[in-house]
Design a protein around this ligand. Sequence first.
Ligand code: BGP
Length: 489
Amino acid sequence: MAFPKSFLWGGAVAANQCEGAYLTDGKGLSCADMLKGGNVSTPRMFSPVIEEGVYYPSHEAIDFYHHFKEDIALFAEMGWTVFRLSINWSRIYPNGDDEQPNEAGLKFYDEVFDECKKYGIEPLVTLSHYEIPWGIVTKYHGFADRRVIDLFVKYATTCFERYKDKVKYWLTFNEINCGLMPGGGAYNGVGYVCQEDLDNTAQRPVDQLIDNPQKRFEALHNEFVASAKTVIEGHKINPDFMIGLMIAHMSSYGLTPDPKDQFKNLQSDDRMNNFCGDVMVRGEYPFFAESFMKEQGVTDTSFMDNEEDKKILKEGVVDMYTFSYYMTNCVTTHEDELAKGNVFLGCKNPYLEATPWGWQIDPLGLRYTLNELAGRYPNVPLMIVENGMGMIDKVEEDGSIHDSYRIDYLRDHVKAMKDAIEKDHVNLIGYTTWGPIDLVSAGTGEMYKRYGFIFVNRHDDGTGDFSRSRKDSFFWYKKCIASQGEDLD
Ligand code: BGP
C-alpha cells in the first residue's frame, strides 16, 4: 500500500472565505472584508471604506460560523483525519494591536476544535490566510512596519497557549510567496497598502494597488522573522508542535529547448518557488536573493544583514514544508508565445487542458513538484495543503450534482502522489483538497467557481439559503480515503 497508515486525508478552507459573521462576537474588520466580488474577467475591487448596500463576499461567505457542526459532521462522514482551517486574526485581536484577546473569538475556535476531536479529526491551523486585521493595514501599513512582527507573535502565542492540547499542526503564513507579486498587499497577507490607496475613493483592482518594491520586500523579510519567532515560541509552548511554511507552488517548464527559455525558467522557479522556501527551511537567504531583489526594484537590501534577524531565521526553521498545487505554466523568452498567455498564469502549454478560469491541469506536474521539493529540502516532510478544481457545477432537478470532471482531476492527482511515494520515495505526510465545501473564491470573490465535495446553496447575487448537499465527488473521496487511496474508480 503506497499511502502509509498515518497519512492525513482531508480538506482545507480559510476563515475569510467560509466563516461569514464578519462582525459577530467582537470580530474586527480584516483586509479580506474590504474586497468586493469579481469574476473571471472582472477583477475584485479594493474599497478602503465599506459601502452600504454593496455585496462583499466575505461578510456572509457560506456562514460556516453558524454551520460548523453540520459541516464537520459531513467531513467526518467522508472519513477525514485532518481539517485545515485558518484562525481569523481579527476575531482574536479585533484591531490587531489590542491589549487583550477577544474571549468570544477564542471560544469559537475552541468549539470548532472540540467538534473536530469528537470525530478524531486533527486540525491543521493557518495563523494568517490573507486576512490581516484592517487596523494593522491602516495604522502600520502591514508588515512593512517592524512592530507588526511582535503583534503577530503575540497573536500566535495566544493561540498556541489556548489550543496547545487541541492543535498539533500549524502553518504561519498562507502562500507567503504571493508577497513577491507586485501590488497585492491588501490581499496577500503582507498588508502593505500605501496611503494614497487607503485614501483613494475611486478604488483600484486589488492586484493593481500602487506597488513599492522596497516596502514589499521589507515587509516580506519581517514576515520571515515573525514566522521564525513564532516557530521558536511555539516549540517552547509545546515541543510536539509541527509548525510549517506554506507556499503557492507553481512549477514551470521552459516552453522551448532554446537555452534562453530554460535559463529563464530556472530563474523564475528559483525566484517564485524557492526564494521563500529557502529562507524558511534553510534559515538563510539563497545566493540569488540580492540580484533578485535588485531586479525587482529594491534599492536597499541591508535588512538582510541584520545580525539579530539572521540568528532568529536560523533558529526558527520550520518543521514541515506545505504547499498549494493547482497547475503548472510555461516560461519563454519568445515574445509571440508570451502574448498567447496571461501575465499571471504564464504562457500556454500546448499539451495541457485548462479549466474555464485558465488553470492548466497537470497531475504529472505534481509528481514533478514533489520530486523537486524532496531533493531540495530532504530534511522536512512535505504536505499538499491545497489542490482541486474550481468549476461551474450544475444542480440537477433532483438536487444531485454529477461532478465527474472533479473526480477525474482529483483521481489523477492522487495517483501522482501515490507514484511519488511508492516509486520515488518522497516523504509526503498528508493531503488536504482545497474548498472541500463550496466557498468564496479568493481570486475572483465568486461562489460560481466551486471546488467542493459539498454544494452550498449560495450565489454571487447574495441569494441562497446556505443549505448543504453532497455532490458525486463526496462519495468518491469517501471511498478514496476508506481504501487509503487504492480504490479510485
Ligand atoms: C490559493 C489560496 C486559497 C484559494 C485557492 C484557490 O491561492 O490559498 O485561499 O482560494 O488559491 O483560488 P481561487 O479561490 O482564486 O480559485
